[in-house]
Write a protein that binds this ligand. Structure first.
Ligand SMILES: NC(=O)c1ccc[n+]([C@@H]2O[C@H](COP(=O)([O-])OP(=O)(O)OC[C@H]3O[C@@H](n4cnc5c(N)ncnc54)[C@H](OP(=O)(O)O)[C@@H]3O)[C@@H](O)[C@H]2O)c1
Length: 294
């Protein structure tokens, strides 16, 4: 069996990657603070420990999903963000090249400014916030090695460990905490289930040849939503009063956000690799375990 290392394996995407890859690969998942077995505890910013782990286990592939993904945290903590989101993937790109490991670096639609959607894989990047900028810088390092892959994904949801874990499931908590919750009706998003990202990556490794990989890939659901519309759907599904939800028709958040950075997939669909689902139903299913008496 081929060996795959997955960083950020305790996170929202990492957990889906672990369960999708485990049957057909020897999987080495690493985590930082949530390190229950079978995950390996590894501080990825300790480059000596990182290289020792790689040389000890010698994976064939590495999916790098660990990062700081919250724009406000990246804005408030620039040195931490530089280390985790830029210096680390730069180092990984070099190590993976040195040890002949094919790297899959998870990036974001926030590398785009959201003004001219949809964005093909070769569109120019122009991030609006520090998170997007950190990912753009990391992408450039990864792409300096042609065999490595940059995987851009939009806002994610799935089976969450806590309701605030996804930027979408947190909507349910906000509905519970506020009498008249204001929900973003300005930004257009393409919520994508982490299991669909994991299935796509699995297909990339099992169905594509190495010469068909390398460079930038976009993985995204194709249906547009706003957080306001999704919040209304959650309220309807769980017997809440959606008329108290206020539609916010201008940009929200302290860090700037793109309005619509729809990712156009021009590479994987051509190869017959496409996973789509109804995000409204998917989000309802993800929130259901947190709804009292449902
Ligand atoms: N979530 C989204 O909506 C979204 C959207 C677009 C792109 N992305 C990208 O997708 C990827 C996965 O996101 P996610 O939502 O799954 O992230 P997440 O749930 O926040 O998980 C982050 C992971 O990084 C690990 N980590 C943090 N610092 C570490 C360190 N110093 N050493 C080792 N591991 C460390 C965490 O480990 P512990 O928890 O064990 O400490 C955790 O497993 C990221 O690259 C993110 O930028 C996410």
């Amino acid at each position: 069996m081929k060996k795959i290392m997955i960083t950020g394996a305790s996170g929202l995407l990492g957990r889906a990657l672990m369960s999708t890859f485990t049957p057909n690969f020897t999987v080495l998942g690493t985590a930082f603070s949530r390190t229950s077995p079978p995950l390996h505890k590894l501080d990825l910013t300790d480059f000596t420990a990182l290289e020792a782990f790689i040389t000890e286990h010698q994976p064939d592939y590495l999916i790098h999903a660990a990062a700081e993904r919250k724009p406000e945290v990246c804005q408030a903590q620039p040195e931490f963000t530089q280390q985790l989101n830029v210096s680390l993937p730069q180092k990984l790109a070099q190590l993976c090249h040195q040890y002949r490991i094919e790297l899959f670096f998870i990036s974001t639609d926030y590398v785009f400014d959201g003004l001219n959607p949809p964005y093909a894989e070769n569109a120019d990047t122009h991030p609006l916030n520090d998170y997007g900028l950190s990912k753009q810088q990391a992408e450039q390092a990864v792409l300096s090695y042609p065999a490595h892959n940059v995987i851009r994904v939009p806002v994610l949801y799935g089976q969450v460990e806590f309701i605030e874990e996804s930027a979408l499931t947190i909507t349910w908590a906000q509905l519970q905490q506020n009498k008249q919750p204001a929900m973003d009706n300005w930004a257009i998003r393409y919520p994508t289930h982490v299991s669909d990202i994991a299935a796509t990556l699995h297909d990339m490794l099992t169905k594509l040849t190495p010469s068909e990989r390398g460079g930038v890939f976009h993985i995204s659901d194709t249906t547009a939503h706003t957080k306001y519309a999704l919040a209304c759907a959650l309220a309807d599904a769980f017997g809440d009063d959606k008329t108290r939800i206020i539609a916010q028709d201008s940009a929200v958040g302290q860090a700037a956000r793109p309005k619509n950075c729809q990712l156009q997939d021009t590479r994987l669909t051509q190869k017959g690799i496409l996973y789509q689902r109804d995000a409204t139903q998917g989000l309802i299913d993800a929130v259901r375990p947190f709804v009292a008496h449902s």
